[in-house]
Structures are given as structure tokens and as C-alpha cells.
Design a protein around this ligand. Structure first.
Ligand code: KG4
Ligand code: ZN
Length: 343
């Protein structure tokens, strides 16, 4: 995979993290994440207007911290990559406006990055980098997708969730157990001492081989908690919920990676890739099948600008750039080629 020759500044503001990174090839010189989670916890989810305002407040201090950590000043930046799609429009606009201003001021190339491509390339921050072609499982708060990654920037969507995302299922079930938003990590901690077989929860496997469905699990978890009442063993409930989500993800991902011809193996990316049970089970399943497995360190699983800088670096190296009219898009399909940008 070719990369831009020079320092790339990455900016990510698509949802509830303001993040700025400095990347040198594959070396992360700085990756600063200012989280808004505490603010959104009051409402139990992300409030778009509040998110945009918080990005306005934190974008410049986050930029300065990233430059300081990398030990550079603005003129050292060689190019700028910014998430411009998909996401909350107001939130995206803050990052894109900042990136455009910097690109004009510094006279450096600017590249808009699809947020999911950021997650996809984050697999290259793993100790074992994925080889091409491979299958990627993207699991986050907003996405659950299986993607065939034929080469750098060459993607084919194999399947996706038909309702809730895996992270959403974690968060909604966690909420039922009184765990604050976003509940994935808290549910994992609670599950440590629980019995994953204590409660029998559904494993929904939609007919389409690579699609997912998690909305039935939330309803079943609600009924389970209601039926059992206040005396419910929360650790057992958490372990059973985690097992139900992980089982489905493992089954579908392994099916995809076995069916795709000549796949090197599997890349696991996105916030839910931080889940230890999911990482371990997929690593073991791939090892048993003689397949490769790559997943980034935890800090590059949840939203971060280092992955956006890396996707931007790759696109620039293959000849793509954007001009100052770069726009933001709340919804956008993953580009299918490294030479196709805005979609
Ligand atoms: O990728 P991400 O930071 O944001 C989106 O693009 O959505 O993913 C956030 C999601 C949340 O749903 C959060 O609960 C989940 O990732 N998550 C986890 C874990 N850490 C974060 N889910 C399960 N286990 C974890 N350890
Ligand atoms: Zn994300």
C-alpha cells in the first residue's frame, strides 16, 4: 500500500469525538482525542447540536495539542485528510471548515475521507498488517458491515446490518442493565464474572448470508430483564448478551472470509473491535482455519484521527485530491475505488 511522502494531519469530527492526528508514513506521531461522552451521557445518546458546538470549542486546542505532541509546527504539515462523510452534518462541518482553512493557508493538498475507509485502513496499525485481498468486519456504534477489500482503496460491500448496529445493540442492552452510554465497554467489564450460558438469547441469522440483525436481541434482553426482575444476576445477563452478539459476528465473519476467494484473512475494525471476547474468538477461529487476522490496538478501534490521516495518505499517494469546494455528506456509500472520491 503506497502512502504519502510527508507528514499528514488528520482531522475527525463526524460524531462525538474531536480528534486530530499527525502521521508520518505508518508512524503515529500524535493522536489526540477529545471526547464529548460525558456531556452526551446526560441525555443517554449523542445530541447533534451539542456535538457540533463542542467540536467548535475543542478543535483548535486539540490541533495545538497534536502539533505539540508531534513536536512540529503547522508549516511542517505536508497534507491534510479530514472526515467529510458520513456523519452528523454540523459536526462534520467543523472539521472540514478547519481543514479547508489550513489547506488554503499552508497551500497543502486536502483530501476528504469516508469515515468507514478510516476504520478499514486502521487495520494497518496492527502488529500484523493485513494483506490484500482480505475481508473486513467493521463494527461500531453506527455500522456493522462486511467488506471485501480487494486492494488499497478497492472495496466491495458484502453485507450489513438490516436494523441496529452491533455497537448500538451493546449500548441499548447495557442501558437496560443501568450502564451509562456508551455501554459496550461497561457491559464487557460486567460480563467478566458472568456465565454466558445463564440466559438463552436469540442469535438472529438473516437469510442473506452476510447481513446482520440485532433489533430482536434488544427486545429479548428487555423481556429477560423484566421477567427475572430486580434479583437478576447482572453479570450473567451481561455475559449472555455479549455472547449473543459475539456469536453472530464470529459466525458471519468467518463465513465471509471462507467464501471469498483467495482472502488472506480477516481485519476486525471499529469501536466494537475493542471487545476482548470478539477479538479472541475471531483470532482463534482464523488461526484454526489457517487464515490471517489483524485488528488495531484499542486506541485505533474507537473513533480517532490517525485512521483518517492514514486513509488520506493512501488516497493522496494514489493521486486523489480534493479542492476547496469539499462538501460534507450525512450519508454516503463507501467509495469502490481509490480513484473515486466524493462519490
Ligand atoms: O467506532 P466508534 O468509536 O464510533 C462509531 O463510529 O460509531 O464505536 C463506538 C461503539 C459504541 O457502541 C461502544 O459501546 C462500542 O463501540 N464499544 C464496545 C467496546 N468499546 C467500545 N463494544 C463492546 N465492547 C467494548 N470493549
Ligand atoms: Zn467510527
Amino acid at each position: 500500500m503506497k502512502l504519502f511522502d510527508g507528514l499528514v494531519l488528520g482531522i475527525e469530527t463526524s460524531c462525538d469525538e474531536t480528534s486530530v492526528a499527525v502521521l508520518d508514513g505508518l508512524t503515529v506521531r500524535a493522536n489526540v482525542v477529545a471526547s464529548q461522552i460525558e456531556m452526551h451521557q446526560e441525555w443517554g445518546g449523542v445530541v447533534p447540536e451539542a456535538a457540533a458546538r463542542a467540536h467548535v470549542e475543542s478543535i483548535l486546542p486539540t490541533l495545538q495539542t497534536a502539533l505539540d505532541q508531534a513536536g512540529i509546527t503547522l508549516p511542517d504539515v505536508g497534507a491534510i485528510g479530514v472526515t467529510n462523510r458520513p456523519g452528523l452534518v454540523g459536526a462534520l462541518s467543523v472539521g472540514v471548515t478547519c481543514a479547508k482553512g489550513l489547506a488554503a493557508l499552508l497551500e497543502r493538498p486536502l483530501i476528504g475521507v469516508h469515515h468507514l475507509e478510516g476504520h478499514l485502513v486502521s487495520a494497518h496499525f496492527a502488529a500484523t498488517r493485513p494483506e490484500f485481498p482480505h475481508v473486513a468486519l467493521i463494527v461500531s456504534g453506527g455500522h456493522t458491515e462486511l467488506v471485501y477489500v480487494q486492494g488499497p482503496g478497492e472495496y466491495e460491500m458484502l453485507g450489513e446490518t438490516i436494523d441496529d448496529a452491533a455497537g448500538e445493540a451493546f449500548d441499548k442492552c447495557a442501558r437496560l442493565l443501568g450502564i451509562p452510554y456508551p455501554g459496550g465497554k461497561g457491559l464487557q467489564e460486567l460480563a467478566r464474572t458472568g456465565n454466558p450460558k445463564a440466559f438463552d438469547l436469540p442469535r438472529s441469522l438473516p437469510k442473506d448470508p452476510f447481513n446482520f440483525s440485532f433489533s430482536g436481541l434488544k427486545t429479548a434482553a428487555f423481556r429477560m430483564i423484566e421477567r427475572t426482575g430486580a434479583g437478576i444476576d447482572r453479570a450473567d445477563a451481561a455475559a449472555s448478551i455479549q455472547a449473543a452478539i459475539v456469536d453472530v459476528l464470529v459466525k458471519k465473519a468467518m463465513r465471509a472470509v471462507r467464501e471469498v476467494p483467495e482472502a488472506w484473512g480477516l481485519a476486525l475494525v471499529g469501536g466494537v473491535a475493542a471487545n476482548e471476547s470478539l477479538r479472541t474468538q475471531l483470532a482463534e477461529a482464523c488461526a484454526r482455519s489457517g487464515l490471517g487476522f489483524a485488528t488495531p490496538p484499542f486506541e485505533f478501534c474507537t473513533d480517532n484521527a490517525a485512521m483518517i490521516a492514514l486513509a488520506g495518505s493512501m488516497r493522496l499517494a494514489y493521486g486523489a485530491t480534493d479542492d476547496p469546494s469539499l462538501d460534507v455528506f450525512p450519508n454516503a456509500a463507501l467509495p469502490s475505488s481509490v480513484h473515486q472520491n466524493q462519490g
